[in-house]
Design a protein around this ligand. Sequence first.
Ligand code: SAM
Length: 227
Amino acid sequence: MVFHIISLFPQMLASTLEASILGRARKKGLVSFQFYNLRDYGKGKYHQVDDVPYGGGAGMVMMPEPLAAAIQEVKSKIHNAIQHSEFSIQNSPRVLYLSAQGKRFTQSKAEKLSKLSDIVLICGHYEGIDQRIIDLYVDEEISIGDYVLTGGELPALVLIDAVSRLLPGVLGSDESSAEESFSKKLKRKKEYPHYTRPETFEGLPVPPVLLSGHHAKIAQWRKENCK
Ligand code: SAM
C-alpha cells in the first residue's frame, strides 16, 4: 500500500513513520510513504499556499491551485506506475481530507481502507482548505474526533498507523490484529483484560481461570469480559 501525503510540514510525519513497526514495514516493502510538500506547488515567487477568506473573517484558507496540482501529480505518478506494472492495481487513488468536520474514523473504516493500494491524505492548516477542492477532488472527509487540532498531520499519522498495522505481514505473528478492540472477531467490542507475570501484584491476583490451562474456559472468560 502506498500513502501519498500532501502536507505543508512533511517533516512532522517522516520521523515518526521511520520508527518502530511502521519503519520496519516500510523497509520490508509492505507499505510506502510518499511525501508531497505543498510549498513546492505554491504560487508565485513566495510559493504562496494560503489566502484570506472570501466574506472576511479571521484566519487564512488554503488555496485550491497548489492542492489541485499536488493531487494531479499523485494521480499521474500512479498512472505511470500502472503503465509499468505487470500487476493489476487500483488505478484511481482514494483521496481523503483529514478534517474536524469529517466522518469519525473507526476500526471498521481502517479495515476498509487497508484493502486499497493507494491512499492520498490531505493535511489541512489554518481555517482549512478551499471548499472546491473538497467538491472536486476529495472522496471522503475523515475526522479523528470531535476536537480541533492545528493541522492534519497528527490525524494523518493516526490513520496511517491504524491502517498499516492491518496489512498482511506488518505485525509479527505474536501481535495479531484479528482479536482486538473493535475488531469484527470481538463483535466491535472492547477487548478483555490482559495479565502477565507475576501471578500476584501488590496483592491483586491474576483471575484463576487464566492459570487453569483450560482453553475453552479461558475463551469463555475472555468473551464475557469484553465490554
Ligand atoms: N476551521 C476548521 C473547523 O472549524 O473545522 C478547523 C481547521 S484546523 C485549525 C486545521 C486543519 O487541521 C484542518 O484543515 C484539518 O486538516 C486538521 N484537523 C483539525 N482537527 C481535526 C480532526 N479532529 N480530525 C482530522 N483533522 C483535523
